[in-house]
Ligand binder design. Structure first.
Ligand code: SF4
Length: 158
């Protein structure tokens, strides 16, 4: 999962991507959409879905969905973000009721995944703990693995 302190800060103030990163993301999505259409597979854009739990609600929207899988596009498949990306994709599979998913990067690389109940349980545990931190105004521990390009690093000090 990604740094919980990041998610805590992001709950209060939505991180704004730089114009350059926004453009890279849009370009990756356009490329991915063209590549997917080229395969002849029927795909459509995901719709925003909500999952309700006792102490929190998960809201998400998969990039693309087909009859049997969820496709999530990333500008690149970075090893540092692989587990958070896999966890996110699994939550989208849960939301869409699909057993298969694909992480697809703008440069055409892809990773096919089967739905993992373990990763889903871990993700839900993560959000449950995050909700506890938010409701008790308790800033969680940071995970330094993700600091390099973090939007909050300027004011995140220990
Ligand atoms: S700077 Fe590092 S520890 Fe702080 S929120 Fe960002 S990723 Fe987490």
């Amino acid at each position: 999962m990604r740094c919980m302190r990041y998610s805590y800060f992001a709950y209060y103030t939505k991180p704004k991507l730089s114009k350059r990163l926004e453009e890279k993301g849009r370009l990756a999505e356009r490329r991915a959409e063209m590549a997917l259409k080229y395969t002849g597979k029927k795909i459509w854009r995901g719709k925003t879905k909500e999952l309700y739990f006792k102490d929190f609600t998960l809201v998400g929207r998969a990039d693309f969905v087909s009859d049997n899988e969820v496709i999530e596009v990333k500008t690149r498949l970075s090893s540092a973000f692989l587990v958070p990306n896999m966890a996110q994709l699994n939550l989208y599979m849960l939301m869409e009721g699909k057993d298969n998913g694909v992480l697809l990067s703008g440069d055409g690389k892809f990773l096919k995944l089967e739905r993992s109940e373990f990763l889903i349980r871990q993700s839900l545990k993560y959000f449950e703990t995050l909700a506890e931190h938010i409701t008790s105004f308790d800033i969680p521990e940071g995970d330094r693995t993700f600091c390099r390009n973090c939007h909050f690093r300027r004011f995140c000090v220990d």
